[in-house]
Design a protein around this ligand. Sequence first.
Ligand SMILES: [Zn+2]
Length: 93
Amino acid sequence: MEYLWWPASLVCAGAFYYFVLYCKPLDDYWHTIPTLDEYLSEHPNCKAENPRSAICHDCGSKRIIYRHLTAHYDQRCIHLCFSCKKTLFRTFG
Ligand SMILES: [Zn+2]
């Protein structure tokens, strides 16, 4: 029975990664959000001085905040307008 610990540990680690760290439903949601380039091509007047940010197309606010999709080590980020809380675009890294 001792030989089952190693494969069982791998299965548990894989399940933890898939369901908690990667989180397929959140990843699917993240892919529905436009990238910064897509956002700026759809809203060309929302270009900001910072090339890694933009202006909110809904309220015109320049105060854009971001949050990581699952945890602070997740490189998938969602950028939101601080004023109207609208989801604007996504970035990676
Ligand atoms: Zn806004």
